[in-house]
Ligand binder design. Structure first.
Ligand SMILES: Cc1cc2nc3c(=O)[nH]c(=O)nc-3n(C[C@H](O)[C@H](O)[C@H](O)COP(=O)(O)OP(=O)(O)OC[C@H]3O[C@@H](n4cnc5c(N)ncnc54)[C@H](O)[C@@H]3O)c2cc1C
Length: 558
């Protein structure tokens, strides 16, 4: 029997935090926010409201579909803050009418044909970890029903080419399933987004996911060799090539298509040897701006560290890094190699950081036995500040759900910006978001880190935490589902302040979380109108009935 996932929270039901942990979080957050945070009773599925299906499934696809209320509830949302709040409140009014579990491409072809004919909106569903409304059945009024197409049965590594170091992998395989199946080959995909445990290859490609390595190959784009996608007009399969200069890249058209053009069924992915040499260290900076300069120098040095994450003091505090040096910004540096020891790289990066005033809190940790041959990334942690950070990184999604269960507003936003603009950009984003938190969430806290760094700029990643129970329009914070849902007004105001500041300052609305329904209005301001028109023309060609994930990426038909 498969392990049950929570119907509202992140991850497996049996891994939701214990009551002890909830109590510790409650005490800590009450102190951080300066308001009393209250634990609320955990919801039961029996108290939820799931809209009944609006129609029967077309007969030729009903055999691999389900209209069960719990199954439909589990496909209603992704895992954004707004999704968790609505799930916690038991509001599944927007549930899909049908969930399909295809076992073959023939099933997918039949589903696309039936949905095109019957005007049923069809939403590809990988792990359902979207944080941008990518899998939500909010498709406008032009459809007779909404079907979610869950790819979980496409979970195999089909072929491995040891010579070229690549594998043909089905799109519904999640992170641990991929690494487990690759284990015997000695190779790894080495793509570890924070959602790795539950997100899938198809979802990563469809959203252009970013892994947790700060430089070097880390975006899923870097690993894609070729893609196979079923569209309502037919199958597209690109050619396996190490590189090609033949016209615009077809893979690039499919990468980031967010289910709008078709269903990705498999891809040939570039693999790597498993790292054997590893080094890590943390460097403390009294001034954040010195840490920024150090990160830039290292990003421009050609050293390409696996980790080069600058945490501001609030972020270090939240992740329990550098607890004895409160107020410091912390630069986490790491190197990995499958081929050679990494001491010289670490020494050079450290000298760049210490020349700029960085204080090496402890000696670097060097390991030679490291092998990521376990599918569980959390079991290979160094016993230092790096290890503390990585442990907190993978545990964070469970803690976020626990905080939502206490009425805390906690969300993230992420972007990328060139180095020349960073200082002004960061100051303006911080000012606007802090003002919105003050107005709508009794003050709250904004923290930031660099998730990735490039020679021409960083990818800043922000977390905001506030008291959702107070502030204008935030509802009562406890008791009825309607009261809990009222909190979303306060969150929307903060999120809007963040998104507007990002776009006004010249950043991108998303560095790796994707566009979805949530970011579409701001993405439309970021991209040239003609590009939007060109994407819409591609969609009309591949999906003439307009059934593929309407409203995510491109507007739903009126
Ligand atoms: C706690 C948490 C941490 C996260 N950390 C990261 C991170 O580190 N890096 C990062 O990049 N993102 C992160 N995300 C966001 C999310 O995990 C990614 O967007 C991920 O790529 C989604 O994969 P999925 O399989 O869950 O896709 P889903 O959420 O199921 O779908 C996402 C989008 O892709 C489409 N899609 C899914 N499968 C297919 C397919 N086979 N064919 C066509 N379209 C498809 C869907 O229709 C939808 O538009 C995080 C999310 C959470 C909740």
């Amino acid at each position: 029997m498969s392990r049950a996932k929570s119907f509202w929270a992140w991850g497996y039901e049996d891994r939701f935090v214990t009551d002890d942990v909830r109590e510790k979080l409650r005490t800590r957050l009450s102190a951080v926010l300066g308001v009393e945070v209250a634990k609320q009773p955990l919801p039961s599925f029996d108290a939820t409201r799931v809209r009944p299906p609006r129609r029967d499934a077309p007969t030729e696809i009903a055999g691999f579909g389900s209209t069960d209320a719990r199954v439909r509830a589990e496909h209603t949302f992704g895992k954004s803050y707004a999704d968790l709040v609505r799930g916690f409140a038991g509001d599944f009014g927007n549930a899909p009418d049908l969930v399909l579990f295809p076992e073959s491409e023939e099933h997918i072809i039949a589903a696309l044909a039936a949905c095109s004919r019957e005007k049923i909106a069809l939403i590809p569903f990988g792990g359902g970890t979207s944080v941008v409304g990518g899998v939500e059945g909010d498709v406008g009024t032009g459809f007779t029903a909404v079907a979610s197409l869950d790819m979980r049965r496409f979970d195999k590594v089909l072929d491995v080419d040891q010579t070229s170091r690549a594998a043909r992998i089905q799109a519904g395989a999640n992170g641990p399933q991929i690494e487990e199946q690759l284990q015997k080959t000695g190779l790894t995909l080495r793509h570890f987004p924070q959602s790795y445990e539950h997100s899938t290859l198809g979802g990563w490609i469809a959203t252009r996911a970013g892994g947790h390595f700060a430089t070097g190959p880390t975006h899923i784009d870097d690993f894609v060799e070729s893609i196979r996608m079923v569209t309502p007009k037919g199958v597209i399969e690109t050619r396996r090539l190490p590189a090609s200069g033949a016209g615009p890249s077809p893979e690039r058209l499919i990468l980031g298509s967010e289910g709008s053009f078709g269903v990705i069924t498999e891809a040939w992915m570039r693999l790597q040897a498993r790292p054997r040499w590893r080094a890590s260290v943390s460097v403390h900076f009294a001034r954040f701006s010195d840490g920024v300069l150090a990160a830039r120098k290292i990003a421009q040095s050609g050293l390409f560290p696996a980790n080069c994450r600058l945490l501001d003091p609030g972020e270090a505090m939240m992740h329990e890094v550098a607890p004895t040096n409160a107020g410091a910004s912390v630069l986490l540096l790491g190197f990995e190699s499958a081929d050679h020891p990494v001491e010289p790289w670490m020494e050079r990066a450290l000298s760049l950081a210490t020349d700029l005033g960085g204080d090496c809190a402890e000696e670097p940790t060097y390991t030679t036995s490291f092998s990521s041959n376990s599918a569980d990334r959390t079991d290979t942690l160094e016993d230092n500040e790096h290890g503390a950070w990585r442990k907190a990184f993978f545990a964070a999604p469970y803690l976020q759900s626990a905080l939502v269960s206490m009425g805390v507003m906690i969300d993230t936003f992420e972007t990328a910006i060139t180095w020349d603009k960073f200082d002004a950009f960061h100051a303006n984003v911080s000012e606007k978001v802090n003002a919105a938190l003050k107005k709508h969430a009794s003050g709250g806290l904004l923290t930031s880190r660099f998730s990735h760094v490039y020679p021409d700029g960083p990818a800043p990643y922000y977390t905001f935490v506030g008291s959702a129970a107070s502030g204008s329009g935030s509802g009562s914070g406890s008791g009825s589902g309607a009261g809990r849902l009222g909190k979303l007004e306060a969150w929307r105001a903060v999120k809007e302040a963040a998104s507007s500041a990002v776009i006004e300052g010249g950043g991108t609305i998303t560095h790796h979380h994707a566009v979805g329904r949530m970011h579409r209005p701001h993405w439309e301001k970021e991209r040239a109108p003609l590009i939007g028109a060109a994407f819409a023309a591609v969609k009309r060609e591949l999906d003439p009935a307009g059934i593929m994930n309407p409203g995510a990426l491109l507007p739903a038909p009126k």
